[in-house]
Each structure stands twice: as structure tokens, then as C-alpha cells.
Design a protein around this ligand. Structure first.
Ligand code: UDP
Length: 348
């Protein structure tokens, strides 16, 4: 069975993909700095390397030791709002460190990559729902880092015959069946976990960032897609490349938009809790409406998302939040450095 390297496999989407890969019988290695990832979500049966993509020698040693058939690249900084204040951090991690990964892949003849991209590439939509050929004009630095990396991938394709599939996620949400893994960022900036933390009494209120957008109720509209449906799409993309498929880009969304107010109302219904809402100013870098047209991946790869209702998506996230009200354990700095000095857990 193929051996897949997952960067950022201790993160939210990466951990759901790792779980699915293992269920399908793949051999999996995970590489994660644990700056944002959680060791608890990495299953025992994977080779785990705590390493930052900035560490070229460390990367080389991992590729020297293993023969990977493909790489799935999730490791990145993701908070659009934070990217507006700390662009250097985002360009270094999401672009420069990504090049370190590509260079080591080329050195060891690993020529297949699935890339975690984003709807933030499109910026303020000119047409909606958004198709893959929509103009790429990000309005935040996070989106720009992902656009630059997609361009870099196309250059590696031309120069080295890299085969890659970029998956442009809309708003990932929800949690795995069983609620063992789910969304836990620090700081948390995403709407659904913040609303649910408010329902749990962990926060006093949920702030609506902007009520004067040109939308039906004045709040931003997003397309929420369940993380398990995202994971299935990654598997299809991987299988496609392993079977000799060509490089491509695909949107991943539900094709339905929900406003911030609608999400909060749905969360009230699912949790049965009253959730205090505070109207606040706009957050910098937020397009008013982002809705996906995902026809391309449905037609080309047969993707068939299961979660289409916002209540169902929120329900799975709520189960996770109730099971992990304080999120995953935060590593003490002693444990962090101890893990760092023993870079592989599985002894491979
Ligand atoms: N949002 C909000 N309050 C919050 C967090 C987010 O009103 O506390 C809004 C945000 O402005 C955006 C939508 O909810 O319009 C979804 O934001 P999120 O950060 O979840 O995802 P993004 O669309 O930025 O990827």
C-alpha cells in the first residue's frame, strides 16, 4: 500500500484526512511542528515527526529514511485576520517553508502533492457561486500566500513535472463521527467554534463582525463544508494522482451560503442554549459573500458530500465541543521540547 506523508497532520483538517487514510489501509507519516497542531489527535500507528518545515536538514533526513508515494501538504498558518497584522510570518511559513518541502520532494523523486488551498484566493467575488476560473484577487495576506504557493506549484509542474491537486476549501466546519477529533485553534478565530464556546459558557458573547454588508441581513455569507466531506475529497484527489491523473485545482464547498446571523440561529437550535450576540465592526480582509461552485470535482472525481444542512454540520461540532469543552491538552514547553528531541514516535 502507498506511503503518504501528511504535513500538518496534527491539525484540524489534516487529522481528519489521516484518519481516513488509515481506514483505507494507507501507510501514513505525519510531520507537524505542533505550534498549532495537537499530538493527541495523531494516531499511534503513524510515524510522527515533530519538525518545522523551516528545518531543511530535518526534512532531508525524513525523506532519506522513508520512501513516500505522495505528500499531502496542510501545514500553514491560516487565520486571515492575523495575516493582516503579521504578513512576514505568513509569507515565511506558507511560501518559503513550502518551497523547502518541494525541494526535498524533488531531490527524492516524490512527484505527487495534494495541496491545502483556499477560497480566500478569489477575494471579493465578481460572480457567485464561484468557479475555479474566477479571477484570483485575494483581499487578505493569507489568501495571497496560498495564491503564490499555487503559482509556485505550477512552476514546479513546468520545470520538474510535479503532479499536484490544489483543493480550495470554503469554510471547513464540523467534527468527525465519534467526536474524538475536531476544531481547536489557539487563538480560535472561526465563527462556528466561537459560537459553540459561547453556548458552552466559555465566552460571554459572540461578536458579529460587520452588519452593514451588501447581503440580505447585512452580515457576511459563507459556504460551510463538513470536514469529513473535505477528507473524502482529499482521498479522491490522492487516488487520482496515484492512478496517473494530471494536475488540477478544485473548489470544495456545499454551494449554499449562510449568513453569520443564520449560523448563530442554527447553533441556538442545535444546542438549545441562548447565545448572546454583540454587533461589532467589520473585520479587515473579509469578503461579503463566498459561495462555491463545486461542480468540477463532482464531475471529474465523483465527489459526493454527505453533509448539506448547516444544522447537521453544527451538530457534529457541538458533540465535539461537549466532549472536549477545554479543547485538547496544551503541551507544556518541557513536553514540547522533549518531543522535539525525539523526532519520531514510531521508531521507523
Ligand atoms: N465572524 C464573526 N464573528 C466571529 C468570527 C467570525 O462575525 O467571532 C464572521 C467573519 O467575519 C466571517 C464569518 O464569520 O464573515 C466566517 O469567519 P471565519 O473566521 O469562521 O472563516 P473565514 O470566512 O474567515 O475563513
Amino acid at each position: 500500500m502507498s506511503h503518504i506523508l501528511v504535513t500538518g497532520g496534527a491539525g484540524y483538517i489534516g487529522s481528519h484526512v489521516v484518519k481516513l487514510l488509515l481506514e483505507k489501509g494507507y501507510k501514513v507519516s505525519v510531520l507537524d511542528s505542533l505550534i498549532n497542531g495537537h499530538i493527541e489527535v495523531v494516531p499511534e500507528e503513524v510515524n510522527f515527526y515533530q519538525i518545522d518545515l523551516a528545518d531543511k536538514e530535518g526534512l532531508d533526513a525524513i525523506f532519506e529514511k522513508n520512501t513516500f508515494d505522495a505528500v499531502m501538504h496542510f501545514a500553514a498558518f491560516i487565520e486571515a485576520g492575523i495575516s493582516m497584522n503579521e504578513p512576514g510570518k505568513f509569507f515565511t511559513n506558507n511560501c518559503s517553508n513550502g518551497i523547502n518541502l518541494l525541494e526535498v520532494m524533488m531531490k527524492y523523486d516524490v512527484s505527487k502533492l495534494i495541496f491545502s488551498s483556499t477560497a480566500a484566493l478569489y477575494g471579493d467575488p465578481i460572480q457567485t457561486p464561484i468557479k475555479e476560473n474566477h479571477p484570483l484577487q485575494p483581499v487578505n495576506h493569507y489568501g495571497t500566500t496560498k495564491l503564490i504557493f499555487e503559482k509556485i506549484l505550477s512552476m514546479y509542474k513546468e520545470t520538474y513535472n510535479l503532479k499536484y491537486i490544489a483543493l480550495r476549501y470554503f469554510n471547513a466546519a464540523g467534527a468527525d463521527q465519534g467526536a474524538e477529533i475536531g476544531e481547536d485553534h489557539d487563538p480560535e478565530t472561526h465563527l462556528i467554534p466561537l459560537v459553540l464556546q459561547t453556548a458552552l459558557g466559555k465566552r460571554d458573547d459572540i461578536k458579529i463582525f460587520g452588519t452593514d454588508y451588501d447581503t440580505e441581513d447585512g452580515t457576511c455569507v459563507r459556504d460551510y463544508i463538513h470536514v469529513s466531506d473535505l477528507a473524502e475529497a482529499h482521498l479522491l484527489a490522492l487516488e487520482n494522482l496515484l492512478e496517473g491523473g494530471q494536475s488540477d485545482q478544485f473548489n470544495l464547498g456545499n454551494g449554499k451560503g449562510f449568513s453569520v446571523r443564520e449560523v448563530i440561529e442554527a447553533a441556538k437550535k442545535v444546542t438549545g442554549k441562548d447565545i448572546k450576540v454583540v454587533e461589532a465592526g467589520r473585520r479587515e480582509g473579509d469578503p461579503a459573500i463566498l459561495i462555491a461552485d463545486s461542480t468540477k470535482i463532482k464531475n471529474k472525481l465523483g465527489w459526493d458530500p454527505k453533509f448539506t444542512s448547516i444544522e447537521d454540520i453544527i451538530k457534529t461540532a457541538w458533540e465535539f465541543h461537549m466532549k472536549h469543552p477545554d479543547g485538547f491538552k496544551k503541551l507544556s514547553s518541557a513536553t514540547f521540547f522533549e518531543l522535539l528531541s525525539t523526532p519520531t514516535r514510531a521508531g521507523n
